[in-house]
Design a protein. Sequence first.
Length: 147
Amino acid sequence: MNDDELIASARAAALKAYAPYSRFHVGCAIESVDGEVVTGANMENACYRLGICAEQSALTAAQHAFGLQKIMRVVVAGGGLGVDGLQGEHTVTPCGGCRQSILEAAHLSGTDIEILCASGDGQEVEQHSIHSLLPSGFGPNNLEDAG
């Protein structure tokens, strides 16, 4: 899948978000090394801390579909809803917790997973790697002294 198709998948996933409180819809598309794609969207809850991010939703789908160790690319897009669908001019990056979860997949695969961050309208895109977004992340190697 090319970048535009993956961004379109993430934007389409955002339309399925449940975001009645923030009204900020986020979608995530994850592509495997074999070309499989899964998506997820944020889901809010009146008890705010029980909500889940789009990336967590998509990572769970990826684990079930092909395994975290096969993740090649992650695409995130988000914004408000308008009459023409998802809108917004600012790129959306994964939050700190989602960066940590993506890093876990990177440790499993031994790769520096690519992350595309798109605006709601899909016009602005930033390309990052998980290690550039979380340069000194905590991973399995940090637990080696646990015994």
